[in-house]
Each structure stands twice: as structure tokens, then as C-alpha cells.
Design a protein around this ligand. Structure first.
Ligand code: ADA
Length: 556
């Protein structure tokens, strides 16, 4: 999968990206499929979304993908960076993994003889209880397919599964490195750690059958990572005959006195929300598109992006690390009903998804906030324990980053006690009130959060915006015109950056237009079936508001 650095130098890795055999099976149930009898009558790009192609546009159902690969004998790991949104993986006809949920990395393992192996993946994009995290009412179109890259790893019996690098002290240039491994019989192995080309550890270690090793290290040559100077280091761990490389930056994120600080410096977050969607590629994000999006974020004057509303492409995060763009990375969610949120199967699925999100993205210095459950029932008594469980899991997995969520209505929220940063979504001037009401409403939200006793917690407006049909204006400056959107955002950004001091950041809704669900009650409120609150359209052409926001962001 496309990253900005090789993750393995010793471990043999084969990319399986390219064109795979494909068959759309429609209403077939996965249990009924006879793999040997499948007629693969088509082909499909991996990564790619089959229902973003003209032939399968809008189709929901089961699809089969197949490819072949040469293997050497031993333990094999198929690594998927994201499959939308339920799948079964077969190795030479044997089921090796079932996985539910898109947007996160998972793997399937099997022992294999040397020779050629046939890999088949049944992918399903239907909405049902096999994938409780995905629901049709979400305000985005849920594309299906193998939407991110696939690799085959040839594993040693003793192999590294993860590498977590935490900054212990920027001033002292100290980091903690945790190496998670599997497969060792009790015994010893050679451990090596090298950072930026310098050998730091070379020793023989005692191993358990499954476990982790932790070392604290000094890297005095490394400069701190910050948005202004995004300095990165690369660290490689070798254990026995296996290796894993990760990139990181020395930086501390803290919250206190209503401020977010990076390396002790308060930051005001100037940013946008961003969906990973494109009319021609669906959720798959070609490299050229990611480069385009990062260029436009920088051109806009952003220092912040919220990954709405699911974990982001690993290459996008690499590019944010390099560009110094701060990221809010969140688990999947959009207005789940209370009874769905409180279902134990849903909570289990969210916990697994959060684990996969953190494992895949924990070393990106750009990620300064973990989030969960956009606009879900944080207003309900029943929601509180679920928020506590999921945010608790985030803190357990990564105590170094603040946690948050975007509240649908700050005025009746019941979970702000659980977060480090309060996130409020609000649409004054669009879903209620008029443009002149915006400053008052933002100030009321701030006063309410303070009155609840959370005046010390930083407050971010995690969504605010207005729809604009690309190219549309009229003499009235009505709703849906580019003029109206531009004037609403002029007032909004002006007030947040120049008119007050309590709100420490904003993520405008949204960077780019994107297709929404085809459910009528949503589609009828979205001209062209598109959520058009973008500063750019779905093909990335700037609207008038882009320049308006840019003028504010670049002034600060
Ligand atoms: C919500 C939601 C977004 C989007 C937005 C809108 O705040 O979080 O995903 O649906 O509203 O456009 O109405």
C-alpha cells in the first residue's frame, strides 16, 4: 500500500494492487457461494470501489474478487488497508478471515506451500447486522469494494505485529518504543533498534510466546515536529529475522486552561472537515487525488483537518505529517439511534474498529486528537456509558493524545465530562437562524460549556457551514448560492478568529462536495444528491467561499 517510506526491508512483501478478476453476485448470500463454480466475467481495480464505476453504479450486494500470487513456503499474511464494508477472505478456496467494517486495516493469515496461490475475497456492501457500524441513513454514499491497498507478507514464525513510538519528553528528546510480536517459543532473539540511520539497541532478549518489548531511548539529534517545522524521524525495529519501520515526530499535545498546546505552544485550529470520496473513485483515494487535497488544504491556509467521519487513508496521514497539518482522526459514526448505540454487538464492533484505527495510525505526529461517534446520542442518559467505554478504550490504547467527539447539539449534551476537548457542531444561518445570528449562537455555545463547569476544556466548532450549488448565484443571494455560503462563512470565520477568544478552533463543513445516501429523506434535501457544503466541488473546483475563507485563514 502506498506509504511515504518502506515499512519492511527484511520481510518479503508483495503488493497485490492492480486489476483483479471480478464478478458481481448481487443478492447471493455469502454462505451459498460455490467458489469453484464462480464465473469471473469482469475485472476491477484494487484499490477501487466497484459501485463508483459506471457499470455497477448504485449496486448493493455481494461481489467476488480474485487474484493469483506466487508464494514461498511458510506463514503468509494478507494485509488489507480497508474493505467496504464486510468481507470473507479465501486462500486457495479455504476461508481464512471474515471482517466487518470499512476504513481500517486488518489481516488474514495462513500457512502455505510454495507455488501459486489463488486469493478470493467476497465483499458485501449491503446494510445489515453483519456490519453494525455502517447504516444507510448516513449523510454520505457508502461505496463498496476493496477500497485501499492489499499486500502479501511472508512471515517468520517470530514476527513483529506493531511498533508504537511515544514522545516522553521533547526537551530531553526521549521516546518510548514498544514492539509487539507474535510467534516466539520461550527463548531468545536478537533485537535491534535503529533511528534515522543510527543504531540505538543491539542486544539479545528473552521472549514470551506472545508479547511486547519496551525501550526508552534518547534521540538528541532529532528536532521537534510542529506545524511550522514538521520534522520527522524514521525508526526500524528488527527482531530475529523480521523487521518493521515507522515514522514519527517528537511532539507533545496537551490541553489546559482552555487551550490545546503542541510542544507547549497554544495552537488555534483553522481547518475543514474532509470526506474521502470522489465521484469516480468512491472511497478509494488515488495518490494524485491525495496530493491535490493536501495542496488545496495548504492553499486554503489550513493547519487542521477533521477526518469526517471515519479513519483516514494512511497515505493522506503521511502527507499531513509532512505538511504539518494537524488531524482529528475519528471512528466511524453518524447519528446512530440510541437503541443501535447501546446494542452490545455494536459496542463490540466499535471497540474492534477503534483498536484497528489506533494500531494503523498511532505514530502519525499530525494526529493530535482521537474522536468517536459523530453526532450520536451524547444527549441521552443511555449514551453516556457507551461514550465512556469507547473514549476509555482510546485513552487506554493511547494515553498521549486528547480525546473528543463532535456533539450534535452542545446545548443538551450529557457527555462533555468525558472529553479533553469539547467539539460542537452547529449550523446557525443554515438549519436555523440567519447569518447575523451566528456570532451570538457561537458565544451562547461557549457560555453554556463554561456554565456546565468545563471552562478549562478547549472548545472547537467541529462543524459549521452552508450548502452552495457549484456555480449558482442569483440576484437575491438566496440559500444554495455561492454568495450566501461565502457570506455565512465570512461572518463565521471572522467571529471565531477575530471576534472572541473562547473557541480555539474550527473545522468548516466541508472541504469538498460529496455524494450522499440515496435514501429519499436525505437526498431530497441535497441538490444533485450531493452534500454541497464544500468549499470546493466534488471534482475539487473552488467555489467563491474558498477565497473568502482563505483570506481569513491566511491573515492569522
Ligand atoms: C451534520 C453531520 C455532517 C453533515 C452535516 C450536514 O452536522 O455531522 O456529516 O451531515 O450535518 O451537511 O447537514
Amino acid at each position: 500500500m502506498a506509504r511515504r517510506f518502506p515499512q519492511h526491508v527484511i520481510r518479503p512483501v508483495t503488493s497485490l494492487d492492480g486489476l483483479w478478476d471480478f464478478a458481481f453476485l448481487g443478492d447471493a448470500e455469502p454462505g451459498e457461494v460455490d467458489l469453484a463454480a464462480l464465473a469471473f466475467d469482469d475485472l476491477m481495480a484494487v484499490p477501487g470501489c466497484f459501485d463508483a464505476t459506471p457499470k455497477y453504479a448504485g449496486r448493493r450486494g455481494l461481489a467476488a474478487y480474485r487474484t493469483r500470487v506466487r508464494t514461498s513456503e511458510g506463514l503468509q499474511r494478507l494485509v488489507f488497508d480497508g474493505v467496504q464494508h464486510w468481507c470473507r477472505v479465501y486462500w486457495n478456496g479455504e476461508l481464512v478471515r471474515e471482517h466487518a467494517g470499512g476504513f481500517t486495516r486488518f489481516w488474514a493469515e495462513t500457512e502455505s506451500a510454495a507455488g501459486e496461490a489463488e486469493i478470493t475475497v467476497l465483499v458485501d456492501n449491503r446494510f445489515d447486522d453483519r456490519s453494525p457500524l455502517h447504516m444507510e441513513h448516513f449523510d454520505w454514499y457508502a461505496y463498496g469494494g476493496i477500497s485501499r491497498g492489499v499486500e502479501l507478507h511472508r512471515l517468520e514464525p517470530l514476527h513483529i505485529d506493531g511498533l508504537k513510538i511515544d514522545t516522553l519528553s521533547v526537551a530531553d528528546r526521549r521516546v518510548r518504543v514498544r514492539i509487539d510480536y507474535t510467534g516466539a517459543e520461550a527463548g531468545t532473539a536478537a533485537l535491534g533498534i535503529e533511528c534515522d540511520g543510527r543504531a540505538l539497541v543491539s542486544e539479545t532478549v528473552d521472549l514470551d510466546a506472545s508479547g511486547s518489548l519496551t525501550r526508552e531511548l534518547e534521540i538528541p539529534w532529532a528536532a521537534p515536529w510542529s506545524p511550522e517545522s514538521p520534522q520527522l524521524s524514521t525508526l526500524t525495529a528488527t527482531l530475529g529475522g523480521d523487521d518493521l519501520r515507522e515514522r514519527f515526530g517528537l511532539r507533545e499535545v496537551r490541553t489546559a486552561n482552555a487551550r490545546i498546546t503542541v510542544n507547549g505552544e497554544p495552537v488555534v485550529l483553522k481547518g475543514v472537515n474532509r470526506h474521502e470520496a470522489h465521484p469516480q473513485f468512491g472511497h478509494a483515494q488515488p495518490e494524485a487525488l491525495l496530493v491535490n487535497d493536501v495542496q488545496q488544504l495548504l492553499d486554503l491556509g489550513c493547519n487542521f483537518v477533521r477526518g469526517s467521519h471515519y479513519p483516514l487513508d494512511p497515505l493522506f496521514l503521511d502527507l499531513c505529517d509532512e505538511a504539518g497539518i494537524l488531524v482529528w482522526c475519528e471512528s466511524i459514526g453518524w447519528q446512530y439511534p440510541v437503541e443501535h448505540l447501546t446494542d452490545p454487538a455494536f459496542v463490540e464492533a466499535q471497540l474492534a474498529h477503534i483498536g484497528e484505527m489506533v494500531a494503523a495510525s498511532q505514530n502519525h505526529p499530525s494526529i493530535i486528537l482521537w474522536g468517536i461517534l459523530n453526532e450520536c446520542p451524547s444527549w441521552s442518559d443511555e449514551g453516556h456509558p457507551v461514550y465512556a467505554t469507547l473514549l476509555g478504550r482510546l485513552r487506554e490504547l493511547d494515553p498521549e493524545r486528547p480525546v473528543t467527539y463532535a456533539s450534535i447539539n452542545a446545548h443538551d449534551d450529557k457527555c462533555f465530562d468525558l472529553v479533553d476537548v469539547v467539539g460542537a457542531n452547529t449550523y446557525p444561518g443554515w438549519y436555523f437562524g440567519d447569518v447575523p445570528d451566528i456570532p451570538g449562537e457561537l458565544d451562547r455555545i461557549a457560555a453554556h460549556v463554561d456554565a456546565l463547569g468545563f471552562a478549562d476544556k478547549p472548545l472547537i466548532i467541529s462543524e459549521i457551514g452552508a450548502g452552495a450549488v457549484p456555480g449558482w448565484n442569483d440576484a437575491h443571494g438566496s440559500l444554495w448560492t455561492e454568495d450566501y455560503q461565502s457570506s455565512l462563512l465570512d461572518t463565521t470565520v471572522g467571529h471565531i478568529l477575530d471576534g472572541q477568544d473562547r473557541i480555539q478552533g474550527l473545522a468548516i463543513w466541508v472541504l469538498g462536495d460529496f455524494k450522499t445516501t440515496e435514501l429519499r429523506r436525505m437526498a431530497l434535501t441535497r441538490p444533485r444528491g450531493v452534500n454541497d457544503k464544500g468549499l470546493i466541488d466534488e471534482y475539487r473546483r473552488p467555489k467563491q467561499a474558498f477565497r473568502t475563507v482563505q483570506a481569513h485563514f491566511k491573515k492569522h
